[in-house]
Design a protein around this ligand. Structure first.
Ligand code: NAD
Length: 309
């Protein structure tokens, strides 16, 4: 098959591109390299530098493509609070541009990588896809809007659509923005640099941390499975872990002694988040294989700062 991956040089896009190449497919990547790194990609991926809102470029790249993976996005939640219009332009506008171009060229399927953040605070856990979304940040709103556009344009123009709501992905090579999210790379960096770990709230808030290889398994399955048109499917570990537990595990593996500061008055986001994986199991044959203990070990051991110790 021939694939286009937007955001191909990113943390999730690159291992997906490399996996598809390994499986014998042809892969074209589109990435503006704002946060992506082409060094992550196999030399067999044809990477084109460009913006996901550049329609002429999209039209030319989509020729002969069987399936699109749409990952290009701005992804830092606190940044989205400061610059919501930018998030809207890239995450929503870019999605609409892509869908229009797919309609014009006649591409069969798109797999959109959405986010578990669209659930926000919910009374019951684990989170089923049928929950009413409660997005809290402009980032989460942009991902939910993109889901709606994908499904609506897909339905109107006969494009098969699948939305994967990925929870907190982590693993080697995850880029660390100058904020204290995402939690795992932040804690690892602070521990290895003998820094201070600042916790928002009391650290009791839970998230569903899913290892990168498991996310790639789910994404890879979503382009070939039958009978999944229009589905929205959670991708997580199915387990919830508190921030305090992440810190404890990182400290154990790194043998570091970071100072831990609790910023109890700071908004710590939803109290709990845990993905229900029933649909992913049934429709994608997905079941996560890498435990948190193993995933953290692999992530920390691959960090050049840990290897130097
Ligand atoms: P990332 O920042 O590593 O990847 C995003 C990629 O998109 C980067 O390579 C970046 O250069 C590219 N990009 C940004 N703006 C672009 C534009 N205008 N045109 C073309 N390319 C552009 O982040 P990631 O963690 O790999 O996220 C990939 C996707 O997965 C995103 O859509 C994100 O919302 C989604 N997601 C990620 C997670 C996670 O935990 N990492 C969880 C849920 C959903």
């Amino acid at each position: 098959m021939r694939y286009l991956i937007t955001g191909a040089a990113g943390f999730l896009g690159a291992p997906l591109a490399n996996r598809l190449i390994q499986a014998g497919h042809r892969v074209v990547g589109l990435d503006d390299l704002s946060t992506g790194d082409p060094e992550r990609l196999s030399s067999e991926v044809h990477l084109v530098r460009g913006d996901v809102n550049d329609r002429p470029k999209l039209w030319s790249l989509l020729q002969d493509v069987d399936c699109v993976y749409h990952l290009a996005a701005r992804v830092i939640v606190p940044e989205s609070v400061l610059y919501p219009s930018e998030y809207n332009q890239v995450n929503v506008g870019g999605t609409v541009s892509l869908m229009e171009a797919m309609r014009d060229v006649g591409v069969r399927r798109v797999v959109f990588v959405s986010s578990g953040t669209i659930y926000g605070n919910q009374r019951t856990q684990p989170l089923r896809e049928s929950c009413r979304p409660n997005p809290r940040s402009p980032y989460a709103v942009s991902k939910l809007s993109a889901e709606y556009y994908i499904r609506s344009i897909g339905d109107l123009w006969g494009i098969e659509t699948v939305c994967l709501r990925v929870f907190n992905a982590y693993g080697p090579g995850q880029r660390m923005p100058p904020t204290n999210a995402p939690v795992i790379p932040y804690c690892i960096r602070q521990a290895l640099d003998h820094g201070t770990i600042v916790v928002h709230g009391e650290g009791k808030q839970t998230r569903d941390y899913v290892y990168i290889d498991d996310v790639v398994d789910a994404m890879a399955a979503a382009s070939s499975m039958p009978d999944i048109n229009r589905l929205i499917i959670n991708v997580g570990s199915g387990k919830e872990t508190s921030v305090n537990d992440i810190i404890k595990r990182v400290v154990e593996i790194t043998h570091a002694k970071p100072e831990i500061v609790m910023n109890k008055t700071h908004d710590s986001g939803p109290a709990r988040m845990c993905a229900d994986l029933g649909l992913a199991k049934r429709k994608l044959g997905f079941s996560p294989k890498v435990s948190l203990a193993e995933g953290l070990k692999r992530t920390i051991e691959s960090d050049p700062r840990f290897r130097k110790k």
